[in-house]
Every structure is written in structure tokens, then in C-alpha cells.
Design a protein around this ligand. Sequence first.
Ligand code: GDP
Length: 301
Amino acid sequence: MTDAPTVGESRCGLVALVGRPNVGKSTLLNRLVGQKISIVTPRPQTTRHTVNGVLSVAGAQVVFIDTPGLHEGGKQAINRYMNRAAAGALADADIIVVVVEARKLTEEDEAVFARVATAEAPVGLVINKVDRVREKVQLLPFIDALRQRGEFAFILPVSAETGEGCELLEQELIARMPVGEQLYPEDQVTNRSMRFIASELVREKLMTRLRDEIPYGITVEIERYDEGDSRTDIGAIIWVDRDSHKGIVIGKGGTMLRDVGSAARQELIRMLDRPVTLKLWVKVREGWADDENALHRFGYE
Ligand code: GDP
């Protein structure tokens, strides 16, 4: 643990959140910064961008880099992109936080442990979703098993959903931040623009409504984002990578698209606290996920 700061000294550092898909990293990030900045869906691999979430308390700032899952398998350009983003986050972090799910260790978790074992930064372990464990003593053998997986700066059971244990986690992280100037203004919770968050919200609504493989072939491009005097006017293109998927995204008589648009709009109104118009179009660009130019255009850099 880093020494206590002297009076007037501020702390600031980077925390890389890593873990296999679906363990709850995005939910945890949103919980810690107190606002939804990273989309949450019941599907694995929804996080594609490195999102910086910022937690500011008196005299300290914790900057979270929510990394895309560490993908071993995929061979497309988008998988290479995601691997680069994740590796960069590990190298830059002051502390790495591995998130696992209570009582459920998979081979993918083991791969994550292997990956962080070679990193220079200390590694803390968070056991998420403990709200699902009724008797907490049931966690003890699981914690014992985890101790075999590496040298951990701390092991903390939390529930990103209920908030249980999250304050302790916050304290652990703040205590480990190096002395340094704050990177962001105190009222800023992310370095991502509202434009980006809007595109992610539309993608989230699509992902939770579409079945099977279609969601992974989707990306959302914000074409227009105008802050008018009285309302925010947003236009977005939903890109699909196959002609046959276009109709599915639009839905029978346009129902799917209307439903997605309405859900995303409601959430944008809540976040922006002002009226919002949201227009969605669906277009086809075959093979965009393996096309460097298309990835660049869609903001994967
Ligand atoms: P990520 O892929 O690691 O970023 O995971 P997400 O944050 O997208 O969460 C994956 C799923 O787990 C979503 O359905 C969440 O609602 C759910 N989830 C996340 N945290 C918790 C938790 O603490 N308790 C429970 N019961 N579910 C959670």
C-alpha cells in the first residue's frame, strides 16, 4: 500500500478493470462512478471500447479503464483492436483489478489470471455478484481456491448490483493511488463524449433485444448530434454486416426499431435531463468487423 499523503497532497492513478466477459465489469464501473457510462447487457463481449470512468473524492481521483475482454480466439480486425486496447490498459495501470463471479471459475478466468501474472502493477481481486450467495460462509472455499491463483493485493466480495462491498473497494483503491495531480475536473465522470454514450446506448438496447449472432455484427454510428436551445437532436445509423440482418433489426412493420429507439430515447432524456429526438436508420456494410477502414470510421481506434 502507498504511504498516506501529506496535507494538501492529491492522489490520482489508473485502475484497469479486467475479467472474462459477463462477470459484471461495466456494472461495477457504473456503480463506482455513480453514473451509467458503460453499457450493460446480459450478453458477453458487449464492451468494445476502453472507457475511462472517473471517481473523484476529496483529494483523490481514481480513473478506471474498463477494458474490452481479453480475447484469445477471434481473428478479425475487431478482435485485434480489442486485444490492443486491453494490453494498453494493463501496461498503464497503477493497479489491476480482476473481477470474477462468485463461485464460478471458468477457463476464461484462468486465462485472465495468467495474463495479469506478468503485469508489473499489483493485482486486486473482486468477487462480484455475491448477492446471489445467500450464506456468505459458502464463499470461504471459493476464496481459498482463488488464493492459489496469484498474489493479490486484496480480495473483496462485492455486488455491483446492490452496491454491497463497493465502498470498501473504493477505499482500497483510493489508498493505492500514487501521489499526483488530478487528471480530470471533479465533476467529470468520463472522458467519453455524450455522443459516444448515445451510440453505446442504442447498441445496448439492440443487444438486449436481438437473438443469436446478430448483435455482434452491429455497430452504431452517430451521424448527427445537435444541442438545440430546447432539445437535443440525435441521428444514428445502425450498421449491420449482412443484408439479411437488416430486416430483423427493423422488425415486423418497424416494431423492433421503434422499440429500440424509444428505449434509448427514454434513457437519454433521463441522462441529459432535457427533451431528445432520436432518429435511427439501418444500413448494411458487409464485413465491417474485419475492415480496418470501417473500424476507423466507426470509432475503433
Ligand atoms: P461485463 O461483460 O463484465 O462488463 O459484464 P456486465 O456489467 O455487462 O454484466 C453482465 C451481466 O451480469 C448483466 O446482466 C448484469 O446485470 C449482471 N450483473 C452484474 N453485476 C451483478 C451483480 O452484482 N449481481 C448480479 N446478480 N448480477 C450482476
